[in-house]
Design a protein around this ligand. Structure first.
Ligand SMILES: Cc1ncc(C[n+]2csc(CCOP(=O)(O)OP(=O)(O)O)c2C)c(N)n1
Ligand code: SF4
Ligand SMILES: [Mg+2]
Length: 299
């Protein structure tokens, strides 16, 4: 009797066990699902970040695909060079991926990223978002959300926790008219792999924003990575959507649980007052309502 497959996710593994990531590392799963969606005709370029260390020490390596290390700010420049070289060799079937952290993307790598997006370089850029510079000790990045503790936004300081909102990289990428941009989460692997496969079929510059819990940086239990990732979607703090040629579709609406359920599992938000949490809730509700309205009025 033929068995009904329980998942659409390919069984093949291109990221082997043995990465040096911390227990419960979301970034580990981001790479795993990404490569399941792309397959082995893929080259990835990675700048300074946790994933620069996670593959292991030469000559051991936990990735089945070729990987290039590049300078912190140079992911999209490196990706552009690899694409050009492959095109000269006629290897147009190889997918080129830039894989960088949030700091390496929304802050230091933004100039190269903007250039590659504006040129419509034929490649996929993946930003795994653990919402701080984790590899160097949890410093705040432009992608750190309002209210979060980091080592450079300490609680108790006169200024206190982070007071600036999270930089919206999806809006920045959309302003470059990229043909495909999507948010994905390790809490929703089927949606993740489906979007990666879709991105693979598109020509031009594609951008994927991957939600990536970091237990030490977020001061959370490493066993709760998936629970926190799902709560991010259910609370609509991190909505799952895609933008195809300007049309936005929400791919998971989430249950609309209070943001407090999400925040309470993470020590980085433990200092927030009820007033602070209410403020976050209002911001999330307004942003999601605007997104729903936009999705409903597309075309
Ligand atoms: C030009 C430059 N500045 C600073 C560093 C130090 N550095 C290495 S990794 C890193 C943090 C990267 O943060 P992010 O991109 O968010 O990735 P994560 O570590 O969180 O995975 C920093 C600041 C560097 N390698 N090169
Ligand atoms: S510090 Fe965070 S992102 Fe880096 S390896 Fe550990 S869990 Fe993963
Ligand atoms: Mg980071």
């Amino acid at each position: 009797m033929a068995l009904t497959p329980r998942t659409t996710i390919p069984e093949e593994e291109y990221a082997y066990p043995g990465s040096t990531g911390c227990p419960g590392c979301g970034a580990n799963l981001v790479m795993r699902y990404l490569l399941k969606g792309l397959g082995d005709r893929t080259i990835v370029t990675i700048p300074a970040c946790c994933w620069a260390v996670m593959p292991g020490y030469w000559p051991s390596h936990c990735l089945k695909i070729p990987m290039v290390y590049c300078a912190f700010e140079a992911t999209a420049a490196s990706l552009s060079g690899i694409r050009a070289a492959l095109d000269v060799r006629g290897e147009t079937d190889v997918t080129v991926v830039g894989f960088a952290g949030d700091g390496g993307t929304v802050d230091i790598g933004l100039q190269a990223l903007s250039g590659a997006a504006e040129r419509q370089t034929d490649a996929i850029y993946v930003m795994y978002d653990n919402e701080a510079y984790m590899n160097t000790g949890i410093q705040r990045s432009g992608s750190t959300p309002w209210g979060a503790w980091t080592t450079t936004t300490p609680v108790g300081d006169a200024k206190g926790f982070k007071r600036e909102p999270k930089k919206d990289i999806m809006r920045i990428m959309e302003a470059h008219d990229v043909p495909y941009a999507a948010t994905v989460s390790v809490g929703h692997p089927e949606d993740f792999v489906k979007k990666v496969r879709k991105a693979k079929e598109v020509s031009g510059f594609r951008f994927i924003h991957a939600y990536s819990p970091c237990p030490p940086g977020w001061r959370m239990n490493p066993m709760k990575t998936i629970e926190v990732a799902r709560l991010a979607v259910d609370s609509r703090i991190f909505p799952l959507y895609e933008i195809v040629n300007g049309d936005l579709t929400i791919t998971r609406k989430g249950k609309g649980v209070p943001v407090s359920e999400y925040l309470s599992l993470q020590g980085r938000f433990a200092h927030l007052s009820e007033e602070d949490i209410a403020k976050i809730q209002i911001g999330v509700d307004e942003a999601f309502a605007a997104m729903e309205k936009r999705a409903a009025t597309k075309n």
